[in-house]
Each structure stands twice: as C-alpha cells, then as structure tokens.
Design a protein around this ligand. Structure first.
Ligand code: SF4
Length: 742
C-alpha cells in the first residue's frame, strides 16, 4: 500500500555500488519527476531513485521511473543506420553519411517533382525541447514543407486548441500546488493513479492534510473514481452537456462570480443564453447523470472558495475535445476560478515533453507560441534565423491526422517519422498499414529498430535514448527541467539533436541558419526568442531568466521566469529559483482585449453509437506499467510482467448474457477490424461498455474509428462501437503467446 498507512517499514534502497548520482528528469509522462541515476565505479548504470529535493516528486517515482535505467541496453535498440530500396526488402547496415545523404536527396527529389509540401514530417512529445526547436528550424527554415506536425495531435491538441480559444494562448494556467489550496476538485476523464501516479500522490497527500470534495467524471469506475466522493458515470462524449447543465444551475441560481466575469471575460451573455437549453431536467437524458446530482455538483463547485478542474484524454480524445476544454474553462471563468491558489483549469499533459513541442517545435506555428499567420512574427523569426521571410508558409499546414489521408490520396509522397509509431498509435490500423505502403520514401528515426512502423521504412536512423542526451522538458505545470547527459550514445546511435544538425547541412538554408553544436546553444536561442512583448504585454512564455545551472539547482523552474526576476535575486538559492506558479492571477489574458473568451458550446452528437449489430461502447486508456505503444516499457521485464498482454474489461452481467467466462479469449469486432483479447470480468465498466488498454500493437486501434475534432483534429479514440464474439480458445491462446514473444 503506497498511501495512508502511518506505520511502515522505511524505504530502503538495495546496496548497489553507487559511486556517483547524476541528475535527470523522467522521460515518460508529463508529471516531470526529477530522477537521479546511480553510476558505479566503472560508469555503469546500476539504479535509479527519485530526487528528494524536487518539488514535483519529493523522492517518489512510479514503476516506470524506478525501472527507467534499464532502458539503455534493452533489446531491439538500433545500433546502426539501415537502408533499403523497397520496404519489402531486408534493411541493410549503412553509414550515417549515406543514410543522411540518401534522405536529403530523396526529400529534394520528391519536393522538386511534386512540390515542397509533398514531403511531410511527424515528430513526437518525447524529444528534449532543444531538439524540437532545432527540428523546427530544419523543417520550417531549411526543408520548407508546411506539412509538419507532432504526434501530440493524438493526445494534447484539444487542450492546446481550447486554451487558445479561451485565453488567447496555450499553456496550463495552474500547478500541482493548487491541490494544497483547493476546496473542490473535479476530474474529467483523468485516471491519475494509473496515468500520472506521482501527481495522484500529490493530490492524495493534499487530501490527507485537508479534506475537500473529489468529483470524478468518467464512464468507467477508474481507480480515481473509486477514491472519489462523487462519481459521475457519464455517457461517453457528452461532457459538454453536463457542463452546460452545471452552468445552467450556477447562472440561474446567481452563484456565478459576476465581478470577475465583468472585469476579466467577454461573451457571458451568449453563454448565459445558450445554457438555457440545458436544463438538468432534459440534459440528464443525454449525459446520463440525474438532475439532482447535476444540481448538487454545480452548487458544490460554485460555492467552494476555490475550485479546480483537471482533465486528460477523456476530454481531449473526443470529437468535442476542443469544445470540452473551452467549456471547462467557461465553468472556471464564470466561478472566478482562474489564477487563484486552488482555482484553475489544469490540463494534465500526456507525454513527458508534449509541452516542449507545443512551445518551441514550430509544429503548429513558429517558436515561442508565434503564429505563421502573423506577418510580424514570421518576419521576426526569419530575421532571427537569417532567412527570407517568404520561405516560411503563411498559414499552418496539415495536422498529423490529416497527413495520413493526404498520403492516401497521393498528395504527400514522402514522410519522416521521429519517435512516433503510427502503426500502433493511430486509429484504424489496417488503413494506416495501407497508407504507409503507398509512400515513395519513409524515414523512421527511433531508439528501437523493432518499432512496428519500421516495417515500412526505406531509411532507419538509430536515435539515442533519454539520458544519452542533454536538454530540457516542460511538464504539466510549465516547469522546465533538465535531462543531463549520463551515458554516451549506445552503439552507433546518435542524439536526435545531432541528426537534425547533420541533416541541416545538406540544405541550402542550413548553411545560412546557425545550428549550435550543443543543446545549450539552442536553449540560449530560445531564451532570446522568449523575451519581449505580445499584444503590448510581456510575453507569457518567457524563459530568459533560466540557465541549465539554475534549472538543476531548483530542480525545475516554472515559466514565465524573466531575466529581470533572475537578476533581482542574485542569491539564487534553490528556494528562490521557482518561477511563476500560476498564470493570469491579475485577471488579464493574452487576448487583444485582455479579457478571456467565454464561448457558447453547443452539443452535437456525431459519434458512432452502440447499435444492434455493435452493441458495446469501446473505451480505451492507460495502465500504470506501460507507456504509449510500449516501444520502451514493453522491453522492461518488470513492467511487462504486470501487464504482459492485451485484455478487455467486461461487465459480469453482460458476460453472463453472452456466455463469456472470466479469463477466456474473445474476438472484438468493429466496422473497421477485429482484435482478440483476454476477458477480465469487473464491475468497473457498465453493462454496455468494454475497456481495452491502448498500448498493445494490433489490438484496440484495429477497431477504433477516430473521428476528428473540427478544431484540434484530434481523434475520438474513446468512442466507437463493437460486438463480442466467441473464438477458438486454443487458437487465441497461440496468437496471444506469439504476441508476447519479445
Ligand atoms: S509519474 Fe510519470 S514522470 Fe513520474 S516517474 Fe512515473 S512516468 Fe516518470
């Protein structure tokens, strides 16, 4: 038992001959735990521990962090660059020069033949920020394609879009410390104990000190829902209806913070008018939460001196993801819960550096939250990089989820995938397989050469992992932390930073733009670009006061942290190097008017629904032992041991109706495909729903539809329908055994 017991044996670390501890930051989820890696006398990695002095994790790590040091020499790591003419031939070893030259000339050939945008680049949330910034320079400034995006479109795009629509800028306004001050926490589609265990521990610790209501909105009885005071088992995809009904109650009972609304927001009358259509009496029939509970929760939230909302993929991975985020922001704005201790709208980010790519990669714009659509900002970046502003596109190109259909229709002919694995992560695997086969040229850059997508590559770049590199991550609460270089790159793998720099040399603008040799040089460029003003006010994403040295000393600094602040305090002890905990505390927002936008959010029902042919909702999510498509955690024995195979949670009553037994195999079928899974009977899911973890290859995404959110282009992974069929148990067991053969 991790929590709540007062008497326990002290935690001991087995005596391993640690000579030196090296500072770094976890490279899995966005919690941002500070880690120390223990090295032996002969510089071998022997163990990992949480950094006791770090604000985020205070010495704790979850199972993934505790075992992260096992990544360095895990099976399947890429050792040499590989190449082949056709994807069905065998990949052969080649030199870095040949791999890079071939890739550069193929990019140019495709661009000359079909146009600049016929070559696309898709990256990730897993690199360090300096690598993201450098990739942005390479892609926007040298290669010149506009079809450049990150796999963060699969997880965080709706949060980005919702924040921008409401506040005028991306960036979570709150922090973990808000748990210590809040009087009510509402979690939407966020299963913290399994997704972000250390954030959960922070919440649990705050709850043990001072009780406040925990309200969990989730169609499944998740681990967090089990600990909740009130669980709202909502009908999938109807969160907008629930929030509108809550606002109906709050506004019609006069519980809103009118003073804050008048001073800091615009659009209240429109929201007030819209929510009149969402009386809990009628809303209850759509969202599945009874009217009394809606009223009760609305009153608790509005009357709390400070209330906060958190959310994760239950909101983002929906056809209404961006609207869901904007509506959570609406709820917090009308109750005056933005920028105060314990009052916030905190998106719990997914990948370790999803924030870094949002801030600096230029995927959806230009570095430092600048827009391609803004002429002045295009000119500013072009001048800084020393190129002609006309080289930069005038508006954003395709998102990741639109790049694949553009390959399907022949608009895009070449693709560079960096630390992302669409063969497992994208909805409708069969379609993605067919799409990748159509590419004239695919380069895969990944730590592991056995990553599923590498089946279709023409060139493979072996990348270095995590602490074989140096650079920063930004976590969920805008805290910039450092990954220090602990080990040299494995075999002939190279840091992504090095790969981008080498590729830049092969393009004309790469000889004009300066590409620093070390990550810290890129960090210093980012610092420069983060200074100045936006809409007449100081830039929010300002990191100009930071340095690697200060970041390590503070174990992470939250932006904005301006040069002036850093100079004001020359003592710079670890307690004064904290940056800014909360955004918008002055009630002024980075919109043109300085006011936050209240947006009327109308519900529309466009999801695939359970029907007589496919009678079950299919829900998906994370298990604590694994991260994303298991390219890394699938290689760690102790992570794999606890979650070795794909399974399906099913309600025992529904199983009895179909004659399905616990721990038998079944075939799940949707309109897209099928998957064989092991049944786990549990009351966690309602009778008309099944749940399957999303980590496993050739499993849940063979079934998903993934309709796209119109604003964020994020897929609705969590809402589609399936039926359950019996299978031959011996055949299914054989298939399962094959899949477990790593
Ligand atoms: S909670 Fe997240 S950041 Fe912390 S150790 Fe676990 S995976 Fe790493």
């Amino acid at each position: 038992m991790l929590f709540g017991r007062k008497k326990r044996k002290p935690i001991t670390i087995p005596s391993k001959q640690v000579k030196e501890w090296k500072y770094t930051t976890c490279n899995y989820c966005s919690t941002g735990c500070s880690i120390e890696i223990g090295l032996s006398d002969d510089k071998k990695i022997v163990t990992t521990r949480g950094h006791a002095g770090a604000d985020v994790n205070r010495g704790k790590l979850c199972i993934k962090g505790l075992l992260e040091h096992e990544l360095f020499e895990s099976p399947g790591r890429g050792t040499e660059p590989l190449i082949r003419e056709k994807h069905f031939e065998t990949l052969e070893k080649t030199s870095w020069d040949n791999a890079l030259d071939t890739t550069a000339s193929k990019i140019k050939e495709i661009q000359q033949k079909y146009g600049k945008d016929a070559f696309a680049v898709i990256s990730t949330g897993q690199l360090v920020t300096e690598e993201f910034y450098t990739l942005g320079k390479l892609t926007r400034g040298c290669i010149g394609t506009n079809n450049y995006d990150g796999n963060t479109t699969l997880c965080m795009a709706s949060a980005v879009s919702g924040y921008k629509r409401t506040f005028g800028l991306d960036g979570p306004p709150g922090c973990y410390d808000d748990f210590e001050h809040t009087h009510c926490l509402m979690a939407f589609g966020s299963n913290l104990p399994e997704q972000h265990p250390i954030i959960y521990w922070r919440l649990k610790e705050a709850l043990e000190k001072r009780k406040f209501p925990l309200i969990v909105v989730d169609p499944r009885v998740t681990m967090l829902a089990q600990f909740a005071d009130i669980h709202l088992p909502i009908t999938p995809g109807t969160d907008c209806v629930l929030i509108n009904a809550m606002m109906f109650v709050i506004i019609n009972e006069g519980l809103q913070d009118q003073e804050y609304i008048d001073a800091s927001t615009q659009g209240f009358e429109e929201v007030k008018a819209l929510v009149q259509d969402y009386d809990p009496k009628t809303a209850q029939h759509i969202c599945g939460i009874d009217e009394d509970t809606i009223r009760n929760v609305a009153r608790i939230y509005a009357k709390a001196p400070a209330a906060m909302s958190i959310w994760t993929m239950g909101i983002n991975q929906s056809t209404h993801g961006s609207d869901g985020v904007a509506n959570i922001n609406n709820l917090n704005l009308i109750t005056g819960n933005i920028g105060i201790p314990g009052g916030t709208s905190l998106s719990i980010t997914g990948q370790c550096n999803a924030m870094g790519t949002r801030e600096w990669s230029s995927c959806s714009g230009l570095p430092g939250y600048r827009y391609l659509e803004n002429e002045d900002e295009r000119q500013e970046i072009a001048d800084f990089w020393g190129i002609d502003a006309d080289f930069l596109p005038k508006k954003r190109g395709l998102a990741q989820t639109d790049i694949f259909p553009a390959i399907e229709t022949g608009e895009i002919k070449g693709l560079w995938l960096i630390a992302t694995n669409p063969m497992t992560s994208m909805p409708n695997t069969a379609r993605i397989r067919k799409i990748l086969e159509k590419l004239e040229f695919l380069v895969v850059q990944d730590v592991y050469e056995d990553v599923e997508t590498n089946q279709y590559s023409h060139v493979y770049f072996p990348a270095s992992v995590w602490a074989e590199k140096q650079g920063c991550h930004t976590n969920t609460e805008r805290r910039v932390n450092l990954i220090d270089n602990v080990l040299p790159p494995y075999a002939n793998s190279k840091p992504d930073f090095w790969i981008f720099n080498q590729m830049a040399k092969r393009f004309d603008n790469g000889k004009v733009i300066k590409f620093p040799d070390e990550p810290e040089g890129a960090f210093n460029e980012m610092k420069q670009l983060s200074k100045g003003t936006h809409n007449g006010r100081p830039r929010t994403l300002d990191i100009s006061g930071m340095s690697y040295e200060k970041i390590i000393k503070a174990r992470g600094i939250q932006w904005p942290y301006r040069e002036e602040e850093s100079c004001e305090n020359n003592a710079q002890s670890s307690t004064t190097l904290k940056g800014t905990q909360r955004l918008y505390s002055d009630g002024i927002f980075p919109t043109k008017s300085g006011k936050a936008n209240l947006l009327p959010i109308k519900f529309y029902n466009n999801n695939e629904q359970p029907c007589s042919d496919y009678p079950f909702w299919l829900n998906s999510g994370r298990v604590v032992e694994h991260f994303h498509t298991r390219t890394r955690t699938g290689k760690i024995g102790n992570c794999n041991k606890f979650s070795p195979t794909a399974y399906m949670e099913m309600n025992p009553d529904a199983a009895a109706d179909l004659g399905i037994e616990h721990q038998s195999y079944v075939r799940l079928t949707s309109r897209r495909g099928d998957a064989v899974v092991l049944v786990q009977l549990t009351q966690r899911v309602p009778r008309n729903m099944v749940f399957v973890p999303f980590h496993y290859h050739d499993c849940v995404n063979r079934l998903t539809l993934g309709l796209l959110d119109p604003h964020s282009r994020q897929p609705a992974f969590k809402q589609c329908s399936v039926r359950i069929e019996h299978v031959d148990q011996a055949e299914a067991a054989k298939l399962n055994a094959e899949r477990r053969n790593y």
